[in-house]
Design a protein around this ligand. Structure first.
Ligand code: GTP
Ligand code: MG
Length: 216
């Protein structure tokens, strides 16, 4: 039986507190990686943030860590072109992936990102979960399907995080959610809960912190 992919319940108070504590710890930029041999040692738990260009990956990392401007957020799509590693406390890497699906990027550049992304997602032993960000206004697009299929093939559990929920009325969000659920039903690696967030307003941020803190 296929699960209906509900929105994540607010975690219990102790788990929220774990998340708060984890993200109250120090955040540091480690490095931007452009090739597999540049990856930092896989010596701790890791989560990554994937999504189309401009979906709000960097903004979400900034909101989680409470560090404005840590992961560059910009209006220029395709700006994050490296795999950016951050430490969150001593035991966790946060990974900001290059945005995909930016139509105006040169073909050769896109191909290079895709190779790197593919190699990273399939080869990283410590990668515990991928968060696939979906814009609350747009739903799942073909390029998102591609990354989800890649995650299926790599056996990396992925969880959908809806972004920019402040930009949409509840009714519109519900409609997007139905489209997302239908898409997720086709992906064996999809985690059965969706998180609704707004990096701008803070919605869902404590929940996502708790979800990450509860991973082991
Ligand atoms: P790339 O690095 O190019 O792949 O983009 P990204 O996914 O990191 O997106 P980024 O965080 O740079 O955000 C893109 C734009 O969306 C910026 O103008 C942000 O201010 C805006 N944005 C991000 N999150 C939110 C949100 O929750 N609400 C609103 N209203 N705007 C947001
Ligand atoms: Mg970015």
């Amino acid at each position: 039986m296929q699960l209906p992919f509900p929105l994540a319940q607010e975690p219990d108070e102790p788990t929220i507190e774990l998340g708060r504590k984890l993200f109250a710890g120090d955040t540091e930029f480690v490095k931007g990686v452009v090739a597999m041999d540049g990856l930092p040692p896989a010596d701790r738990l890791e989560v990554c943030f994937a999504g189309r260009s401009n979906v709000g990956k960097s903004s979400l990392i900034n909101a989680l860590t409470g560090r404005k401007g840590l992961a560059r957020a910009s209006n220029t799509p395709g700006r994050t072109q490296e795999i950016n590693f951050f430490t969150q406390g001593p035991d966790l890497f946060l990974v900001d992936l290059p945005g995909y699906g930016y139509a105006e990027a040169p073909v050769a550049v896109v191909a290079k990102w895709q190779r790197l992304l593919r190699a990273y997602l399939s080869g990283r032993q410590t990668l515990r979960r991928a968060f696939v960000l979906i814009d609350a206004r747009h739903g799942v697009k073909a390029v998102d399907e591609e990354i989800m299929t890649l995650l299926d093939q790599s056996a990396v559990t992925f969880q959908v995080v809806m972004t920019k929920c402040d930009k949409k009325a509840a009714a519109v969000l519900d409609k997007t959610l139905d489209q997302v659920r239908a898409a997720l039903a086709k992906h064996p690696a999809a985690y059965p809960e969706i998180v609704a967030t707004s990096a701008e307003k803070g919605e869902g941020i404590a929940t996502l912190r708790a979800i990450i803190a509860a991973l082991d």
